[in-house]
Design a protein around this ligand. Structure first.
Ligand code: CA
Ligand code: CA
Ligand code: CA
Ligand code: CA
Length: 350
């Protein structure tokens, strides 16, 4: 496995560097979710829940930014829908140690009252229940992007405003098991930012500055506040503003990928996690025989878990800005197909 990964990464790096070019691979959706209940721009950001014992209980949780959260099963069927407010971005952490218990926490940015909100996912019923009574008001100008970061130092949330200011909060349980959040620091990335993801193992926070590119920061609260460019839009023709969702495909030994939604050209750019985030290529989700492809994508998520025979190497999920004939939804793609494409297709020559 490790050998294959290195072979793929080395080959791709050689191909990309030698041609100094970009490439767009094509994959097709396997499943789509039900459309969200709201029309216009409504679906935004998905996250994936993996049930460790019961494959029928895997789930996708997506934001309807005009209404709240929707829980889908892996066939895309709506299980639960919640009017939690104008929730924009969502993230999840499983197996969180919580007063001697292990729980699953779903968090989101809430534009109704400019706060961050948290829910506990019931692993049996896949229902979401509020995990706090207090309001965690953000000082950023319009909460927008959101992600969580789980490390040996604890559990954290990042929220970024349209003003480009990132806040980091520490999340912990009260004696009664409610969640409490404490703001630790804030820093300014520059322009408007939304997509964010934390690498829990490498201690890195990636932030997408929509019109500029992808930055990384130390994710621990005492890390220096200095943004390192991963890749700017101006450096790679495969990227076209806005940079939107970011997500991480984890493999052992720091292997795996960072993936970014390049909204302006309906594609997804793939980078290595380690080795200074080498660009490996981009893919697009085109229309298949029954399910339309994706365009104008906001949020994305990926999981490397085995989802049975259908998705042996995991799934990639993308919000679809134009779902043919219906309200927006989310498309699910077999990750194995993406990785195969990345490994085999040579770069085009222009
Ligand atoms: Ca949108
Ligand atoms: Ca955006
Ligand atoms: Ca968005
Ligand atoms: Ca579409």
């Amino acid at each position: 496995m490790r050998y294959v990964y290195h072979w793929v990464v080395t080959l791709l790096t050689i191909l990309v560097l030698s041609a100094c070019n970009t490439r767009f691979l094509t994959v097709y959706p396997s499943v789509e979710t039900d459309p969200v209940a709201s029309s216009d721009d409504a679906a935004d950001d998905p996250c994936i829940f993996i049930h460790f014992n019961d494959p029928s209980k895997h789930a996708i949780i997506g934001t309807n930014k005009q209404k709240g959260l929707v829980v889908y099963d892996l066939q895309g069927k709506t299980l639960h829908s919640y009017d939690f407010g104008l929730l924009n971005n969502v993230d999840i952490r499983q197996d969180v140690r919580w007063n001697g218990d292990q729980i699953t926490i779903v968090g989101a940015s809430n534009r109704t009252d400019n706060s961050i909100v948290f829910f506990r996912l019931d692993e049996k019923t896949l229902e979401l229940k509020p995990l706090h009574r207090k309001l965690f008001s953000s000082a950023v100008d319009e909460v927008y992007g959101f992600c969580m970061y789980a490390s040996k130092n604890g559990l954290f949330a990042f929220v970024v405003g349209k003003d480009g200011v990132v806040e980091q909060w520490r999340l912990s349980p009260t004696a009664a098991g409610q969640l409490t959040a404490l703001k630790l620091r804030s820093f300014d990335v520059g322009g408007q930012c939304e997509g964010m993801v934390a690498d829990d193992e490498l201690g890195v926070l990636y932030v997408g500055e929509e019109e500029k590119g992808i930055w990384k920061f130390g994710a621990n609260p005492d890390d220096a506040i200095k943004g390192v460019p991963v890749q700017m839009i101006a450096e790679n023709k495969a990227l076209k503003a806005d940079i939107e969702g970011l997500t991480i495909y984890y493999q052992p030994n720091q292997e795996g990928y960072l993936i970014a939604s390049s909204q302006g050209n309906n594609s997804y750019a793939v980078y290595t996690r380690a080795d200074n985030n080498q660009y490996l290529g981009s893919f697009q989700i085109k229309s298949g025989p029954t399910i339309d492809g994706t365009s104008d994508t906001d949020g994305i998520d990926v999981s490397a878990a085995r989802f049975g025979k259908q998705f042996p190497k995991g799934i990639f999920i993308a919000q679809d800005g134009k779902n043919n004939g219906a309200n927006q939804n989310f498309k699910i793609v077999d990750w194995q197909g993406i990785e195969k494409q990345l490994a085999k297709d040579p770069l085009p020559k222009n």
